[in-house]
Design a protein around this ligand. Structure first.
Ligand SMILES: [Zn+2]
Ligand SMILES: [Zn+2]
Ligand SMILES: [Zn+2]
Length: 409
């Protein structure tokens, strides 16, 4: 997929850049980030600030921005590495390994107090790794507004540019690079983490830990898959050896988080089964995506057994489920899509969702009413008004249509 983008300059003859830690691709807290760029030992960024190669004082203003003075002589051509640039991968893996050390370890009930740092580092890892792949495709893909005057290879090396937002990085990976290992669901989960990060960076960790743990597990799984398919195959053997330890930590961490979620879900599943009257009204939770949302007969008592998220009314739960689990939004309606929400033939509320699944048999598709807290099968559309109804086998029309036909005769 590189044909529409000019090829990168020649491979760096020096091989691996010397100053690996000088290129952390460190994400910052703003929407636009200035990324330190690939730094070779003899590159401009390796010079101490305030010291130009020609001996003149640097005109930085303390923010790293330079004055408008023209360079005294033509800048020498900048060389960008052709191989996957190694330092961002190392740096991303370092964040990832740190994240899994902070995230909860396998035992149920042993939620780790460092969840916040685990998530922050996970988000940092995600940004660095996704952008490393973009940079490998072409360095300009990491830059927010490529059309700007100051976008030059030299400025990229110096880190003097605004980098893309995480959401745009994912979009470019999918639409331009053609990365197949991130699907729509993955993109949403990565975006969920960005939103959480922004929120708890400012307000602290107020969300339910179960939800955050699942999110962490999902994002970690996405990133490990991304490493395996998009980054590791592009590394040299020697480089792979150098990150082997961090990679092992990350793989163990993923297993441990998956085991944690699985163990809690098993516990919850046992409780649901033991309760006897719950399995048929437990559906997937739109917040944590576990099959653990217990829909209640009482209004305002729907809550997830895994993450604790609760909803105020049946309509709210319906809306959240349709949006988060079915993946249908008002945008789809505007595009002419048919809403999966219908009037329930039993309670007359518009809280019946077609295409739902329950704990009883997650593979069976049912119509679920969030007000009745019941799944239904065999509902058909009345041939006259189109409303969903429960009709005996030999009938094709709902009661009210039948009545109005009789009356009009
Ligand atoms: Zn939940
Ligand atoms: Zn109903
Ligand atoms: Zn009808």
């Amino acid at each position: 997929m590189t044909e529409h983008i000019p090829a990168q300059p020649d491979p760096d003859p020096a091989g691996l850049p010397a100053a690996e830690t000088a290129n952390p691709f460190a994400p910052s807290d703003g929407e636009h980030r200035s990324l330190p760029a690939p730094a070779g030992g003899d590159r401009p960024s390796a010079r101490p600030r305030g010291q130009r190669q020609d001996g003149e004082a640097d005109r930085t203003d303390g923010t790293g921005r330079r004055g408008r003075r023209r360079p005294a002589r033509a800048e020498r051509p900048v060389e960008l590495p052709h191989d996957l640039h190694f330092p961002p991968v190392v740096n991303g893996l370092d964040f990832l390994a740190s994240a899994v050390r902070h995230l909860p370890q396998n035992q149920v009930g042993n939620e780790h107090r460092d969840l916040k740092y685990g998530l922050l580092h996970l988000q940092a890892a995600s940004e660095v790794l996704l952008k490393a792949r973009l940079e490998h495709e072409h360095w300009t893909l990491v830059i927010d507004r490529v059309g700007e005057k100051k976008v030059t290879a030299a400025n990229f090396i110096k880190g003097d540019f605004s980098s893309v937002t995480p959401a745009e990085a994912v979009r470019r990976l999918r639409d331009i690079v053609g990365t197949a290992c991130i699907d729509e669901d993955d993109a949403t989960r990565l975006d969920d983490l960005v939103k959480k990060r922004n929120s708890f960076q400012h307000y602290g960790l107020s969300d339910n830990q179960g939800e955050l743990n699942t999110l962490a597990g999902d994002v970690l799984a996405i990133l490990v898959r991304f490493l395996d398919t998009e980054l590791l195959p592009r590394l040299k053997e020697k480089e792979k050896e150098r990150i082997a330890d961090d990679l092992a930590t990350v793989r163990d961490g993923l297993k441990s988080i998956e085991a944690y979620v699985a163990a809690r879900m098993q516990q919850i599943g046992t409780e649901i089964t033991a309760a006897g009257d719950q399995a048929h009204r437990v559906v997937e939770c739109p917040t944590c995506r576990q099959m653990a949302l217990l829909v209640s007969h009482e209004d305002g008592a729907d809550a997830c057994l895994f993450c604790g998220q609760a909803w105020e009314s049946s309509s709210e739960t319906t809306e959240a489920y349709v949006d988060g689990v079915i993946g249908f939004s008002w945008h789809d309606i505007a595009q002419g899509g048919e809403s999966p929400v219908h009037d329930c033939p039993y309670c007359d509320q518009d809280t019946l969702v077609r295409g739902a699944h329950t704990f009883t048999d997650p593979n069976e598709t049912v119509d679920f009413c969030f007000n009745c807290a019941e799944p239904f099968t065999g509902l058909t559309n009345c041939i006259r008004c189109g409303e969903l109804c429960a009709l005996p086998d030999d009938e094709v029309m709902c009661n009210s249509c039948y009545r109005s036909l009789v009356e009009s005769d």
